[in-house]
Write a protein that binds this ligand. Structure first.
Ligand code: SF4
Ligand code: SF4
Length: 329
C-alpha cells in the first residue's frame, strides 16, 4: 500500500514536470509567433460571480441589439462544451497599438480598425501556435477562437494571469496597457494554470468620467445602448440624438475610455505589419470620406474590420459628423 502511494507521488511529480516543460515551450513559441502575452487556465465553468454578472447585464438590456450575446449561454459559461475532455484554456494577446495615427482633424476610427482585420491575423497566429501544440503533444485535441465563439475571453485572460478587467471593461495588461486582441485555445492538453490577476483600478475612475455618453458604471459595467463604439459600428438604424450630441469626430468606434486609462501610458507600437494603416486610410479626411463611393469603400476596407459597419453605416456616420461639425465641401 505504502509503495503504491509512493509510486503515485512520483508519477504526479513526473507528470507535473513534463507539463511544466510543455508550458515553457508553448510560452516561448507564443513569443516567437509574435504574441505579447500567453497564459493558461484550467478548463472549467466560469465562476458563479462572473456568470451572475453577465446574466444581470443581459437582463438590464445592456447588450442593446446584440442578440447573439444571449445565444449559446451554456457554452459561454462552460467552454469545455466546445472540446470534449478539455483540460486547459490557453489565452494569448496581440498588440495593435498603432505607431502612426490619423491626423486629429480627420474623422476618427478606433485604433483596432486601422489595419487588416484582426480575425484573419489572429487566426493565422493561433493556427501556428496550435500546430506547435500538436508537435509537442500529438494527441492533443482542441479548437481556437478570436471573437468567433461565445467565450468570455476577457474573463479567461484574467484567469490565465494575463491581465485584469478594468472599469472600462477592457482587459488591461499591467505595464503594457489594453490595446490588445485576445485569442483562446481550448485544448485537451493539461497545463499548469497561471495565477489569476486581481483588479488594479484602485480609486481611479478616469474612464468613467471621460466617457462622453455616460456608458460606463462601476457597478453595472458597459451599457452598449449608450456606447459610441456600439452605436457607430453595430447599430443599423438611425443614431439616437443623445449619441449624435456626443459623437465628437468619431466615425467608427471610440477609444476614449482606453486613451485616458493610466495603464496605457505603457502602450508601445505594435510590430505586426498587417496592423499598419494603409497610406490611403491615413488620408481619409472629411472631404474624402464624404465623396467615398461604395466601390472605393470596398477596395479600401477589403481586408479590414471596418467592413462590419457596412458602407451605409459609415456614410450615415459621416453625414452626422459633417452636419454636426459643419464640414461641407
Ligand atoms: S468606447 Fe467610448 S462611448 Fe463606449 S464606453 Fe468607452 S468612452 Fe464610452
Ligand atoms: S481608467 Fe482607471 S478605472 Fe478605468 S480601467 Fe483604467 S485604471 Fe481602471
Amino acid at each position: 500500500m505504502h509503495s503504491r502511494f509512493h509510486w503515485n507521488g512520483c508519477w504526479h511529480k513526473v507528470m507535473n514536470s513534463l507539463s511544466s516543460e510543455k508550458a515553457k515551450l508553448i510560452k516561448n513559441e507564443a513569443v516567437k509567433i509574435g504574441f505579447d502575452a500567453c497564459g493558461f487556465a484550467e478548463a472549467a465553468e466560469v465562476s458563479e460571480e462572473a456568470k451572475k454578472r453577465f446574466q444581470n447585464w443581459l437582463e438590464a438590456g445592456y447588450c442593446a441589439e446584440m442578440e447573439y450575446m444571449r445565444r449559446y449561454e451554456d457554452i459561454r459559461y462552460n467552454p469545455c462544451l466546445l472540446v470534449e475532455k478539455a483540460r486547459s484554456i490557453i489565452v494569448v494577446a496581440l498588440n495593435y497599438f498603432p505607431a502612426e495615427k490619423q491626423p486629429a482633424s480627420h474623422p476618427q476610427f478606433a485604433y483596432y480598425a486601422y489595419g487588416e482585420d484582426y480575425h484573419t491575423v489572429m487566426k493565422k497566429k493561433l493556427a501556428e501556435l496550435f500546430s506547435f501544440l500538436l508537435r509537442i503533444a500529438p494527441d492533443t485535441q482542441g479548437r481556437y477562437f478570436t471573437d468567433t465563439a461565445p467565450i468570455m475571453e476577457k474573463y479567461w485572460a484574467q484567469q490565465a494571469g494575463i491581465g485584469f478587467i478594468g472599469r472600462n471593461t477592457q482587459l488591461i495588461i499591467p505595464h503594457k496597457g489594453s490595446y490588445f486582441f485576445l485569442g483562446v485555445i481550448v485544448s485537451t492538453l493539461a497545463l499548469p494554470p497561471d495565477i489569476p490577476q486581481q483588479n488594479r483600478c484602485g480609486n481611479c475612475r478616469k474612464c468613467i468620467d471621460a466617457c462622453p455618453t455616460g456608458a460606463l458604471s462601476i457597478s453595472t459595467g458597459l451599457n452598449a445602448n449608450k456606447c459610441l463604439s456600439y452605436q457607430t459600428i453595430e447599430n443599423r438604424s438611425e443614431l439616437p440624438q443623445s449619441i449624435i450630441s456626443n459623437i465628437g469626430n468619431r466615425v467608427y468606434g471610440c477609444d476614449t475610455c482606453q486613451q485616458v486609462c493610466p495603464y496605457n501610458r505603457f502602450a508601445v507600437p505594435s510590430s505586426v505589419p498587417e496592423f499598419r494603416p494603409h497610406p490611403e486610410f491615413l488620408q481619409l479626411d472629411y472631404e474624402r470620406m464624404q465623396t467615398l463611393s461604395s466601390e472605393e469603400y470596398r477596395m479600401l476596407f477589403k481586408n479590414s474590420a471596418v467592413k462590419r459597419a457596412k458602407y451605409e453605416g459609415l456614410k450615415r456616420n459621416i453625414a452626422v459628423l459633417t452636419t454636426k461639425n459643419k464640414k461641407h465641401f
